[in-house]
Design a protein around this ligand. Structure first.
Ligand code: EPZ
Length: 420
């Protein structure tokens, strides 16, 4: 297994290209199953999760082809010949559940393995299933699989999500595009990745109103057609490199970053002593003077993203004063704490909150990645640590970040990947 070694103490300067959003790419690829024509996606990031989603969609019979040798352009579409999403693929990537809505909408049946939990939580899918049942799906759980049918097709429904679930919103919206009649989805998630999915579906002929709001109205149509869609820039990667610049010091331009997609991150980083401004198609991130402790509570967009909590904690570990980070979205998203503590961070977890007391310097250590965002938070801590940090099990990192070590090295970090 590969490792990443970081020797801290060097400020960052230069440009970092932000890639297409992982969390937009996965639902968009599933959307390609809604038509027998071709959906062409551009600005696709090269990630392990994309390869997993490609394999999943292909085993349903739907062609997924990269154009020429450009793996950042995928063309998806065709007949569905297999309606089962097997456990050995779904267990590797929970987002596999996003084929459920398209399968039901397109062919009226699906047998999708229950995703099961992951390191950060139990990750239930009850909201996905309840919404689809309200649209007429008959769902039975059996032997660890969701067995779903829609014998007379899906019909529009008025659905209220008790929690603004990103995945449930995506599954219900995709299913509703081909349902008979109108679906009104209230308390829908408003993450930019949802807006990107809605924009793509509209370009395929779907009729959807309310993009960007928490109320989506979908008029079902009989068929969706070919389209080409450029995947939105990854706001979590953007926020991650903003935290990297803050923790290492210096100033970096994030090419493709969009201020309005960062939501509460901009103000929180400002309070911490880090300025983020839009300059054309780039975000300029600059650490002003010292870093200050800031309290944060994770929340659905436009609140502070749970996917940035681990990275921000690494920053708070070396800020002046104390901060309290409260994780309101997932029940077990503090696995980075014991690893940061091994590097000298002063962090105490009380239930869903972590109290971080800044220290003047972290010290490099051997640490273990446990999940995608925890992995990158350890690399960020290594940028500020005295000595060498070795992050093990970076396969977690490769699921959602493309060439982190190359992007940071190009901005002056002393970092390398060691094949293991
Ligand atoms: C998406 O996961 C993202 N993944 C996650 O990113 C992200 O952390 C999360 O949204 C929140 O923003 C992708 O987009 C592929 P949710 P998802 O449904 O859809 C509960 C990363 O690091 N819930 O909004 O699974 C659930 O338990 C990953 O890139 C139910 O109770 O998130 C959780 O507590 C991690 N029942 C909360 O809602 C349901 O049916 C948020 O889940 C669904 C969710």
């Amino acid at each position: 297994m590969d490792k990443i070694c970081v020797r801290g103490g060097r400020p960052l300067s230069g440009d970092i290209v932000i890639g297409g959003a992982k969390n937009a790419s996965l639902p968009l690829m599933a959307a390609g199953m809604l038509t027998d024509e071709r959906l062409t996606l551009t600005n696709v990031p090269v990630l392990a999760d994309i390869a997993t989603m490609t394999a999943l969609i292909a085993q349903h019979g739907v062609a997924v082809e990269s154009q020429g040798n450009d793996s950042r352009t995928l063309s998806i579409g065709g007949a569905i010949t297999n309606t089962e999403a097997p456990y050995d693929i779904v267990r590797k990537m929970r987002a596999s559940i996003l084929v459920l809505g398209p399968l039901l909408a397109r062919v009226g049946e699906a047998r999708v393995s229950l995703p099961g939990g992951c390191a950060i939580g139990t990750r239930p899918i009850d909201l996905h299933l309840k919404g689809l049942e309200q649209m007429g799906a008959v769902i039975r759980l059996d032997a660890g699989y969701v067995n779903a049918t829609a014998p007379s097709g899906l019909r529009g429904a008025a659905i209220v999500l008790p929690f603004a679930s990103v995945g449930a919103t995506e599954n219900i919206v995709m299913a509703a595009t081909l349902a008979d009649g109108q679906t009104v989805l209230a308390n829908a998630a408003r993450e930019p990745e949802i807006g990107d999915l809605v924009a793509c579906l509209i370009s395929m002929g779907a009729r959807i109103e309310g993009a960007g709001t928490d109320r989506l109205v979908i008029e079902g149509v009989t068929k969706l057609h070919a389209a080409t869609h450029e995947i939105v820039a990854d706001r979590i990667e953007t926020a991650t490199f903003a935290c990297a610049t803050a923790i290492a010091g210096g100033s970096v331009r994030l090419l493709g970053g969009r201020l309005e997609h960062l939501g509460a991150v901009v103000d929180i980083m400002g309070q911490a002593g880090v300025e983020i401004t839009q300059d054309g198609n780039a975000l300029v991130v600059r650490r002003l003077n010292g870093l200050h402790g800031v309290d944060v509570m994770t929340a659905p967009y436009p609140g502070f993203p749970t996917d940035v909590q681990a990275q921000f904690m690494a920053l708070m570990a070396v800020a002046e004063g104390a901060s309290m980070l409260t994780e309101n979205i997932f029940e077990n998203r503090f696995m980075h704490v014991p690893e940061l503590t091994r590097m000298g961070a002063n962090i105490n977890v009380h239930g869903s909150s972590a109290i971080v007391r800044g220290v003047s310097r972290l010290s490099g250590a051997q640490v273990m990645a446990t999940d995608l965002r925890a992995s990158v938070s350890l690399i960020l801590a290594g940028l500020a640590a005295h000595g060498e940090t070795t992050v093990n099990r970076v396969y977690h990192l490769d699921r959602g970040y493309e060439a982190v070590e190359r992007k940071l090295a190009a901005c002056g970090a002393d970092i390398e990947r060691v094949a293991g």
